[in-house]
Write a protein that binds this ligand. Structure first.
Ligand SMILES: Cc1cc2nc3c(=O)[nH]c(=O)nc-3n(C[C@H](O)[C@H](O)[C@H](O)COP(=O)(O)OP(=O)(O)OC[C@H]3O[C@@H](n4cnc5c(N)ncnc54)[C@H](O)[C@@H]3O)c2cc1C
Length: 530
């Protein structure tokens, strides 16, 4: 199979009474659900994933995009989470170069402020030890200025540099889903689990409602897994009234690279609350993040950055670069995500809550929430261990790699641009060859300062279950966040692509543009009153 599950075909077969029985149904199309689908297929189970919106629409397209051990977990004594995370980071760097890539972090020191250089050296040495590497190093002020022009040198006492990794979070979900589908799994976006089915008080399936279909469909499954992240209490509360999720919002702002041209990550502590802040390069832009506060709003409405968060992030940046201060009008776009944190009830301060995952089993429903992008494989293994008793014997397998290394070198794919070739192989595996074959020369050009191309847009519309324009501009690619005005300059080229593969006419195209612009203005731009 080349592309994603054919949504219309599968839904209409279900309506006729086919595909109603499954070994595993996974609810939630973020990285947690995608990882479970992948591991379930590897074991030979008949598995289906259901996502109420688009794949990765929830938190998994709105993270800081770091594949990391999380130094702050180490600093707060959470050795297990840090160790597992750095080991998973190494695994992902080895298996998916081009999708998960190393990047240098510079953690700056200011005289009189904690933590100092020597405390950090100890922490970073433990960090390296967990990963089996030795790469942390001290840089003095002069060397720092070369990497971060204009960095305030008042009380500056150099920085420790260490290596972590970055990923396009949405593309990580897409790649895991794609590999699961190639391996015989099924995944449907825009299909909501509206209720659970119970037999003798035990969960035995789900009732689904797909967007643009009027009928409900009932599906049976040996195991139902609730991997709905910040939404997890909702389905779990059907069988257990306990509330465990504390939704915490984190927001980022994006500025044009020209205002802060950096290739490494700058890390420092916010002047107000001493939380760690990152300024980092991403897709031809510079990103500043993040915040961490209780999110009391309706989870059905996409999260948006608030005025207070914009001010907090601008203040953080301007404290480091006071000679070239940013204003809100410099901001290209924003994003806000909701962390599915397991609340402890004892921490008033959101940033003190632990960030590991939990798995609960209630009357046949297995719920998983919390955790990180970085540890998604380990989370999936914990979930399948909890489901084991209800499943048939798993198929034997020897290769436990999450991603198969493509049998082609980046040079042979794109002789002139090895890095771009690696990027395509990391994101699409062997499908990178078809992407290049199916696009014209001009479609292979980078768009703006990003490394995205129309070739990828064409591929996504044809093969990656794109239902709306926003799926393409905000998740299959991130052009909507990285180009000015939400990438509206691309409309003519995108219209031609959409009209050749989707059964869209002029009216539908206009509706999609209007839907996309409404979403962009409300949730990926500055707060309306700014
Ligand atoms: C600001 C921020 C920064 C972060 N930075 C990092 C980082 O740098 N590195 C890192 O490792 N982690 C990071 N994280 C954490 C990481 O992003 C999350 O742990 C992870 O994305 C959670 O994935 P998930 O699949 O559990 O949840 P989600 O991605 O939210 O997926 C759950 C899905 O379930 C769907 N759903 C809900 N109800 C239903 C239903 N009834 N039927 C069908 N579908 C349903 C939702 O639409 C959603 O798409 C960050 C998180 C935030 C918020």
């Amino acid at each position: 199979m080349t592309g994603f599950t054919n949504r219309k075909e599968l839904l209409s077969e279900m309506q006729k009474g086919d595909h109603l029985d499954w070994d595993i149904i996974v609810i939630g199309g973020g990285i947690t659900g995608a990882g479970i689908l992948r591991e379930a297929r590897r074991r030979g189970f008949k598995a289906l994933l259901l996502e109420q919106q688009d794949f990765s629409w929830g938190t998994s397209s709105r993270s800081s995009k770091m594949v990391h051990g999380g130094l702050r977990y180490l600093a707060s004594g959470d050795y297990k989470l840090t160790k597992e995370s750095v080991q998973e980071r190494q695994r992902l760097l080895n298996e998916a170069p081009g999708l998960v890539d190393p990047i240098s972090f510079y953690l700056t020191f200011r005289k009189g402020l904690f933590p100092g250089r020597f405390v950090m050296k100890v922490i970073l040495t433990i960090y390296d030890f967990f990963a089996g590497t030795r790469d942390n190093k001290y840089f003095n002020n002069e060397e720092l200025q070369k990497r971060f022009h204009g960095l305030d040198d008042n009380k500056l006492n150099g920085a420790n540099c260490f290596t972590d990794a970055m990923v396009d979070d949405s593309r990580l979900v897409l790649r895991v889903l794609q590999d699961s589908i190639d391996d015989g799994g099924y995944a449907l976006n825009y299909t909501k689990v509206d209720n659970l089915l119970l037999t003798d008080g035990k969960v035995s399936g789900v009732r689904i409602k797909a967007d643009d279909y009027s009928d409900f469909i009932e599906l049976n499954s040996r195991v139902v897994i609730n991997a709905t992240g910040a939404w997890a209490d909702r389905l779990r509360n059907i069988v257990n009234k306990e509330k465990r999720i504390r939704p915490l919002r984190g927001s980022h702002i994006i500025i044009p690279k020209s205002l802060c041209p950096i290739s490494d990550v700058l890390t420092f502590f916010h002047v107000e609350d001493k939380r760690g802040i990152y300024v980092y390069p991403w897709e031809g832009t510079t990103v500043i993040g993040t915040t961490d506060l209780d999110h009391d709003e309706d989870l059905d409405i996409e999260a948006s950055i608030s005025d207070l968060e914009v001010d907090y992030l601008l203040k953080a940046y301007n404290s480091q670069f006071p000679d070239n201060p940013l204003k809100s009008s410099d901001i290209l776009s924003t994003w806000a995500g909701v962390r599915p944190v397991i609340g402890s009830k004892k921490n008033k301060d959101p940033s003190k809550e632990r960030r590991d995952h939990a798995v609960w089993s209630d009357n046949g429903l297995i719920t998983v929430s919390g955790g990180k992008l970085t540890t998604f494989r380990l989370i999936a293994l914990d979930v399948l261990a909890a489901a084991k008793e209800s499943l048939p014997k798993a198929k034997d397998f020897v290769d436990d790699r999450m991603f198969q290394t493509p049998e082609i070198t980046p040079q042979s794919l794109t002789p002139k641009n090895r890095n771009w070739g690696q990027r395509l192989l990391g994101r699409y595996g062997m499908k990178a060859i078809e992407i290049l074959k199916e696009s014209s020369q001009v479609e292979k050009n980078n768009l703006g300062e990003t490394e995205f191309s129309l070739a990828e847009c064409r591929w996504a519309v044809k093969n990656e279950a794109v239902e709306h324009l926003d799926d393409l501009l905000l998740r299959r690619t991130r052009l909507g966040m990285c180009l000015s005005n939400g990438g509206s300059e691309l409309y003519p080229a995108l219209k031609e692509i959409f009209l050749s593969y989707e059964s869209w006419d002029e009216e539908r195209w206009q509706k999609e543009v209007s839907r996309y612009e409404t979403i962009w203005k409300k949730h990926y731009s500055l707060p309306i009153n700014t």
